[in-house]
Write a protein that binds this ligand. Structure first.
Ligand code: ADP
Ligand code: ZN
Length: 729
């Protein structure tokens, strides 16, 4: 075997695998093992992605790998196959693709047994200090208080306060707290009596009967909000557990769905592990290992969980499969949904894509018979669909974003002891600061964008690059008066407080949820009924169940009505249906009130009269006529640079290369400036490729990328290829 060539995925600049000779001695090399290899003057750790008999590397340059780390491969061969496939399909360096599949600890070569983590405990001296109220610094006091209740790891302390690291260091210095290393316990299922679910209705039962472990197809579970999709997942998982199989559940944003996780834990007789970006390295490694060694029967995670190694894979569920966050938007730009379908096919296991507002891609796949469609058209447990009303903003002027009929509706529902959800997809106080004397708007110095006024933090903020400046009192150009135009959630919150001074309001947006754990706290206040008004951005639309919400207010239906992206209509419809679906979920019927300047707009009317399905049918027919996805396939070359000239030189060369390589059958558009041409001080432009057939596009992309990598001018711009882009900017 010593003549075998190991093809290793290494986090290194080249787009290729790196070839090595097998190490002398040690275990037999197998695909999926981690391995340490000499690289330049140092050593790196990678994964064996393939074995080969020959190599193109000259014998004198071919080095011998140092050591195989895993006797048993860490990644099974089917997962390795998926990762190799993804590297080719997404035109991304295999080293980075493999790195995405592993938690940092394992990437660095950590042994797979006996994972440990750092924890802190309070000392006797600390207890005494706390008793004597001797700690003045408030953060230190909070942290010590938390340690008083028991030992804590970094995640728990971070949830107490953002400044925990400094505080705990100070406490350690004073010997009030001590740091130690703890072995992680094996994740055992909690020893609690499990809850039982409701009796399934006929539609749910039909879905459960069809998606059997043996029926390894891709299923679209198209069910209106509240139709009981989660209940169907739970039953399917029980079937899988009965057959000794694991289920991987991918959700858009786990921080937003703590209820989902507890619902799974309460119902399933297995260890449920959770994987998301708020875990520390050790927790993530532990969760990953629990999945790969089979301890966990269910793995719930966000996007990157799609790469988790599974011991006995039985099913993959993608919840809210239409959600944009399932596509990574930087670096390795993969779609967790699409990879789930590929992975499921390779493993011959069922894949369930669930949504109340399926993506057009998925609808088209179902229509073409590639996916099996199942529908849950009714709300479970007899809840009715909400009644929808439009408020014409031309007739009823809004103050701080609220019209009188809207205010009346809010008052009425509060009076009937309901909860009210107010949706405005814009954070901050006002999106524009306008000078009344020179008629200019305050702009970001680094982007083609306006600065957003944030009154609470007294800042003008760019939502694109993060630039911040003090909120100016007068116009810098002419000294004129600056007025905030339009509204964000902060402004509406102020207005609502004024109108309903007795009520507690919970605001849910990226500003109000910066701190770890704050989303859970906000959601808890709502669910306990201590707050009756819930105000927020798109965060509100992500699958929460608020059983007492009887009124949903959409303050600005027109956001996105005239978007430039070919997908903006689809996005608008999804947001709209998702937020409306929060009304009247349980035994109380709900209402949705919508403010718009264009009550007659065809898109709104179609949505109202025909629902998402009717709207999607119409919009898909238009896509077919104009040959946009899903009726064609796209790839986008995005480039940016500090000089506009070099940027366009690069793109001109890229375009010339593309024209040369094009086998015919690929439409090449551009170079064109990105919709936001300057961002964070850099110029941005792009070339779009469009093809009717995926293989044609794929073949062309591979040669084009090669061409770009080899052309000297490509070093002058930062560029990347986005396959199946979901946004064209
Ligand atoms: P979805 O995931 O489609 O939004 P859920 O599974 O969360 O729907 O169900 C919505 C609500 O209806 C939940 O409170 C759930 O407990 C309840 N529910 C689901 N299925 C049934 C059923 N067959 N009978 C009664 N209640 C149900
Ligand atoms: Zn900016």
């Amino acid at each position: 075997m010593s003549s075998t060539i190991l093809r290793v995925a290494l986090k290194a600049p080249l787009h290729e695998l790196y070839d090595y000779l097998a190490p002398t001695g040690g275990p037999e090399p197998m695909v999926g093992q981690r391995i340490s290899v000499p690289f330049g003057r140092s050593e790196r750790i990678g994964v064996i992605a393939a074995l080969a008999a020959t190599t193109t590397i000259a014998p004198e340059r071919l080095k011998r790998a140092k050591q195989i780390i895993d006797r048993v491969p860490l990644l099974d061969s089917s997962l390795v196959e998926l990762l190799n496939w993804a590297a080719v399909y997404y035109q991304h360096p295999p080293g980075e693709v493999f790195a995405a599949a592993l938690p940092a600890g394992l990437r660095k070569g950590q042994k797979v047994s006996g994972a440990t983590e750092s924890r802190w405990r309070i000392t006797e001296k600390g207890v005494a200090a706390l008793d004597a109220a001797a700690i003045k610094a408030p953060v230190q006091r909070q942290i010590l208080q938390a340690l008083y209740s028991g030992e804590q790891n970094s995640t728990a302390l971070a949830a107490v306060h953002d400044g925990w690291q400094r505080a705990v260091r100070e406490l350690q210095k004073k010997a009030f707290a001590a740091k130690f290393t703890a072995e992680l316990e094996k994740a055992l299922p909690p020893d609690l009596p499990l809850k039982t679910g409701p009796q399934l209705n006929a539609d749910q039962q039909q879905a459960v009967d069809q998606i059997t472990p043996a029926n390894s197809k891709t299923w679209l579970l198209d069910g209106v909000t509240g139709s009981g999709k989660t209940e169907v997942y739970l039953r399917l998982i029980e079937q899988q557990l009965g057959a000794g199989k694991q289920t991987l559940v991918v959700v858009p944003e786990i921080g937003l769905t703590p209820q989902l996780v507890s619902r799974f834990k309460e119902r399933l007789a297995t260890t449920v592990v959770v994987m998301h970006s708020n875990l520390n390295d050790t927790e993530r490694t532990q969760a990953w290992l629990d999945a790969s060694n089979g301890t966990a029967g269910v793995i719930i995670g966000t996007r990157s969980a799609i790469f988790t190694a599974l011991n006995r894979p039985g099913m993959i569920v993608i919840d809210e499969e239409h959600d944009a966050s399932l596509k990574q938007q930087e670096g390795f730009r993969y779609s967790a949904r699409d990879l789930a379908v590929v992975r499921g096919n390779k493993l011959k296991i069922p894949v369930v894509l669930g949504s109340a507002t399926p993506s057009f891609e998925t609808l088209a796949n179902a229509a073409a018979g590639r996916y099996q469609g199942l529908r849950l058209p009714l709300r479970a447990g007899g809840a009715r669909q909400p009644e929808v009303n439009l408020i014409n903003l031309q007739r009823y002027p809004a103050t701080d974003g609220l019209t009188q009929p809207m205010i009346d509706a809010i008052g009425r529902h509060l009076g009937n002891n309901g909860q009210v959800l107010i949706y405005l997809n814009r954070r901050g106080f006002a999106p524009t600061l306008f000078c009344t004397s020179c008629c200019s708007c305050l702009e970001c110095p680094r982007c083609d964008a306006r600065l957003v006024a944030h009154q609470q933090r007294k800042l003008a903020v760019c939502h694109h690059c993060g630039f911040e400046s003090r909120l100016p009192e007068v116009c810098a150009k002419c000294g004129g008066e600056l007025v905030p135009l339009g509204q964000g959630t902060e402004r509406v919150e102020t207005a609502i407080k004024h109108l309903f001074p007795e009520e507690t309001i919970v605001r849910l947006d990226r500003d109000s949820t910066r701190r770890k754990g704050s989303i859970e706290k906000h959601l808890e206040i709502i669910r306990s009924g201590r707050a009756r008004i819930l105000l927020g951005t798109q965060m509100l639309t992500k699958g929460h169940d608020f059983p007492n919400v009887t009124l949903v207010c959409v303050l600005d239906a027109d956001q996105g009505l005239f978007g430039t992206d070919f997908r903006s209509g689809e996005r608008l419809a999804q947001n709209f249906i998702q937020v409306s679906g929060r009304a009247g979920r349980a035994d109380r019927s709900g209402e949705v009130w919508i403010q718009t300047l264009y009550p007659e707009h065809q898109q709104l009317q179609t949505l109202l009269k025909k629902g998402y399905t009717g709207y999607a049918e119409q919009a898909l027919a238009e896509r077919q006529l104009t040959a946009w996805p899903p009726y064609s396939h796209l790839a986008l070359l995005r480039a940016e640079g500090s000089s506009k000239d070099t940027l366009y030189q690069f793109l001109a060369a890229a375009r010339a290369g593309a024209d040369q390589i094009n086998p015919g059958g690929v439409r090449i558009l551009g170079p064109a400036s990105a919709p936001m041409e300057r961002r964070a001080g850099r110029w941005r432009a792009q070339i779009l490729l469009q093809a009717e057939h995926r293989p044609t596009l794929q073949a062309m992309l591979t040669s084009w990328r090669q061409h770009l990598v080899e052309s000297p001018i490509s070093r002058k711009a930062r560029w990347s290829i986005d396959v199946d882009p979901i946004e064209l900017f």
